[in-house]
Design a protein around this ligand. Structure first.
Ligand SMILES: [Zn+2]
Ligand SMILES: [Zn+2]
Length: 408
């Protein structure tokens, strides 16, 4: 959530066209000018807070990797309209719609991921049956062609995954390192499997930056996935990633509960998030299911659907949803349903939806410290003069809603 209304205007999401060899294919490590041109065609994505030169290491490594793979191309649309053209089109054609709460998942896998057996139509059926309004399809290193449900919006995305060993800063004794990034609302296409990683360094920061290089071509809002997996993330790195252009971070991936919580030697994701937020960065918290498994089953699966989601305040279009995600106009949840989660005047206001059962604790966290806890279904607290205020709503059964940080 944000008190700001400075989100990018809704715009026409270019339909992701069928990959074609006739399309212009650009190397993953494209020249800066070419990347910029493609980025212009992705109006849903806010620009990084601090534009930066392309790191040489990331570029050269991606060039090295590419020839070894069968299919590594990213198709760009040379005929894409420029941003001004898109804005003009939207201004002419967009019908006024009310903003409503829309439930969705920003981290969803289907069979093309390789580690899910469920075809996309069955994935869509699951989310429709469970009353979701949208999902972002984020198969591993590929932009799966989307299909739309009868009521469910399916937004194209990708999960960029890179699983090196012995990153810096180090993680646990296993040496495992997981650099996983979602791009939500991609407008570019990948032919087959994308090879993108920066293997020239063990440093986590340039490894994550390689994902931002892909973002320049594919578009989309950048989300850091399960950053505590095998440890190694810290607040300073998370803040730096936000400065470089990441807008979203998973603070509650349902498949990674142990890692979300932290332990005696490692901060929880809530704590890491606060460590980044106190540095003044913009970074919104995501709950997700990272769903791979949709079959009804009595035996627990590793990545079941439905364990975490976001509820976005937006018009019912993919463009508006992506803009709202980028601007923080949503809350994250793994059970709690809110009616209000917004800035009202100079205060942050939180209210549990009518008809929701259970007892509730509402915590207000101001600049990294809990400053108030009330047992109530609604609460309000004045924003601090400096820094941020966020709220965490916990139901008696332990499920939560994370209200996004708000600043004056
Ligand atoms: Zn992942
Ligand atoms: Zn995933």
């Amino acid at each position: 959530m944000s008190s700001s209304t400075g989100a990018p205007p809704p715009s026409t999401l270019r339909p992701t066209a069928t990959p074609s060899l006739a399309r212009a294919r650009v190397a993953v490590a494209c020249a800066a000018a070419a990347c910029a041109a493609v980025a212009c065609a992705a109006p849903d994505v806010p620009p990084p807070t601090s534009p930066k030169p392309i790191p040489d290491a990331a570029v050269s490594v991606m060039e090295i990797d590419a020839p070894n793979e069968q299919s590594t191309g990213v198709a760009s649309d040379a005929s894409a309209p420029d941003a001004a053209e898109i804005v003009a089109t939207v201004a002419d054609s967009a019908p006024p719609q009310p903003e409503v709460w829309l439930k969705g998942s920003t981290h969803v896998h289907a069979r093309p991921s390789g580690d899910s057996t469920t075809p996309l139509p069955d994935v869509i059926a699951w989310y429709e049956a469970n009353r979701y309004d949208f999902i972002v399809l984020t198969d591993h290193n590929r932009t799966t062609e989307t299909q739309q449900g009868a009521s469910l919006m399916v937004i194209p995305g990708i999960e960029l995954t890179h699983n090196p060993s012995n990153c810096i800063p180090p993680g646990d004794k296993s040496g495992k390192c997981r650099i996983h990034v979602n791009l939500l609302g991609v407008t570019g296409k990948v032919d087959g499997k994308l090879v993108w990683a920066n293997r020239k360094t063990q440093e986590r920061l340039p490894k994550y930056e390689a994902a931002l290089e892909v973002q320049k071509q594919l578009g989309g809002v950048a989300q850091i996935n399960h950053p505590n997996w095998f440890w190694g993330m810290n607040g300073d790195l998370l803040a730096e990633l936000a400065r470089r252009g990441f807008r979203l971070v998973e603070i509650a991936n349902a498949a990674f509960e142990k890692w979300n919580q932290g332990d005696k030697d490692h901060p929880s994701l809530d704590a890491l998030w606060d460590q980044a937020l106190v540095q003044g960065v913009t970074l919104w918290g995501i709950a997700s299911d990272d769903a791979h498994d949709y079959e009804p089953s009595n035996s627990p699966t590793k990545y079941p659907a439905g364990g975490g989601w976001v509820v976005v305040k937006a018009q019912r279009t993919p463009q508006a949803i992506l803009a709202a995600l980028a601007a923080g106009r949503f809350y994250a949840s793994n059970g709690v349903v809110l009616h209000r989660a917004e800035v009202d005047g100079d205060a942050l206001v939180v209210e549990v939806a009518a008809g929701q059962r259970g007892s509730y604790l509402i915590d207000f966290i101001e600049n990294g410290k809990r400053v108030e806890r009330v047992k109530a279904r609604s609460a309000r607290r004045t924003l601090p003069a400096t820094g941020y205020l966020r709220a965490l709503v916990t139901r008696g059964d332990g499920t939560k809603a994370w209200v996004q940080p708000a600043r004056r």
